[in-house]
Design a protein around this ligand. Structure first.
Ligand code: GLY
Ligand code: MN
Ligand code: MN
Length: 441
């Protein structure tokens, strides 16, 4: 069942958002995701913008949702949806639209208007408002409409001396909600993680020398969709051999060779929640000795970081620990020289470990949420989800590294839910010890 069949579910979120900002007299304005053309008359697949979906469950483009506070203290706030006009001809081409009637009846809007009426109506809706939460700088045309409405609103106040309404980023408030996963969200994430884990495991078995990276991309995509995921949460990275040293490799179009490793970073999106898993394994049957050495180092870092994940810990401390394990490994292999602390503080560690150890995870793969509070690393709390993904990459052109190490790139990534006393590894279903992986091949 899609979450969009539960309008009450989305209303509860709007209630929480408006309660949080009640004392500010603030309105919220969110545009739907824009439909982007890739050819004349052919759009890229549409996926609703995360905040818009989080608050409405509405999946059409060309829409706005406006939440306006009650006109007086204690009065209820209003949800106003602006949606596409119903159009019998377009609906034959593109499918049914909900129209204003659906916005009211199915999505629980208090008022609904056509998308074309947004610019005209907005100043009126902002009449009793003190502040506006709206994310600027994503789309110029949308900014012009909203800024125009703010100016019209100011002018309509006559000589009141009131300035232009303050505009603030809604993500500050929404992040404080989205960072803590509710029971329903944990369920959706759990499903996304299960689907993703099963697909990774199947891909491990499927991968053989001579296949192209895009075959594995398509194979994983098929596993995801067959299991009920609507789409990928981000473009899959299927990187054979040295391609794994490119962190966000996207070409996925090379033939895979025996003796190389394959790095697969892919996540299914289920009901708007995404998983994010990486595994690195032999394209053939076994890890070489050099590959095994680096693999075990990354796995040690990852397992120790997972053991640190509990309420009160910080992602900064987890990252620091991953960096220490990896630098100490590099020192003992003779890949680096110096002192662990200095190699981390100076940034020299980035030669082999150029990225962070994790990020919040949810509706967006790099989900919203503050990493620092009052200048200090934020403490982990139950209900937060994030990734733990150390990696070690020896660039193919790193002539200071021994030849047998060059072009090895390894990352191991799991999705973690912080619980009352520790954490759940939501993606534990994919093998990651060398023995388990080789047994599957
Ligand atoms: N898949 C992108 C990342 O791991 O951050
Ligand atoms: Mn990640
Ligand atoms: Mn990833």
């Amino acid at each position: 069942m899609l979450l969009s069949s539960l309008p009450g579910f989305f209303k509860t979120r709007r209630d929480t958002l408006m309660k949080k900002t009640e004392s500010e007299g603030a309105a919220f304005i969110f545009p739907a995701a824009r439909e982007v053309l890739r050819n004349p008359d052919v759009a890229f697949p549409f996926r609703q913008e995360s905040n818009f979906f989080y608050l409405t469950g509405f999946e059409e483009p060309e829409a706005w949702v406006v939440l306006v506070p009650g006109a007086s203290k204690g009065a209820a706030y209003k949800t106003i949806l602006f949606v596409r006009r119903r159009d019998p001809v377009m609906e034959i081409w593109e499918g049914e639209r909900y129209g204003t009637e659906g916005a009211l009846k199915i999505f629980g809007a208090d008022e609904a208007f056509l998308h074309d009426e947004f610019a005209k109506k907005l100043p009126e809706l902002l009449k009793n408002v003190e502040k506006v939460y709206y994310r600027t700088n994503l789309d110029e045309a949308e900014d012009r409409i909203v800024m125009g409405a703010l100016e019209a609103h100011r002018r309509s106040m006559g000589r009141s001396g009131r300035p232009l309404l303050t505009v603030a980023d809604p993500n500050t408030v929404l992040a404080s909600m989205r960072i803590f996963k509710s029971k329903e969200e944990v369920e959706a994430m759990k499903r996304a993680c299960e689907i993703t884990a099963a697909a990774h495991k199947a891909a491990m078995k499927e991968t053989r020398p001579g296949m192209n990276e895009f075959e594995i991309e398509a194979f994983i995509d098929y596993q995801f969709r067959k299991s009920g995921a609507q789409r990928v949460g981000y473009g899959s990275i299927i990187a054979g051999g040295k391609n794994a040293c490119c962190l966000h490799y996207r070409a996925n179009n090379e033939t895979m060779r025996d003796g190389d490793l394959l790095l697969v970073d892919a996540g299914a999106e289920f009901n708007y929640y995404t998983s994010d898993i990486t595994r690195t394994y032999p394209i053939g049957k076994k890890f070489s000795k050099t590959q095994a050495t680096i693999y075990d180092l990354v796995l040690k870092a990852q397992l120790e970081c997972i053991a640190m994940a509990k309420p009160g810990a910080t992602q900064a401390a987890i990252h620091r620990h991953a960096s220490e394990v990896l630098v100490e490994g590099a020192l003992s292999l003779g890949l680096m020289k110096g002192k662990t602390d200095e190699l981390i503080t100076s940034g020299a560690v980035k030669r082999f470990y150029p990225h962070g150890t994790g990020h919040y995870l949810g509706m967006d793969v790099h989900d919203i949420g503050l990493y620092q509070v009052n200048g200090e690393p934020r403490k982990l709390e139950a209900g937060m989800m994030f990734t733990i993904e150390p990696g070690f990459y020896i660039q193919p052109n790193d002539m200071d590294a021994p030849a047998e190490y060059r072009g090895i790139g390894i990352r191991i990534e799991d999705d973690i839910l912080i619980t009352a006393n520790g954490c759940d590894v939501m993606t534990a279903g994919v093998p990651k010890s060398r023995e388990e992986i080789e047994a599957l091949k």
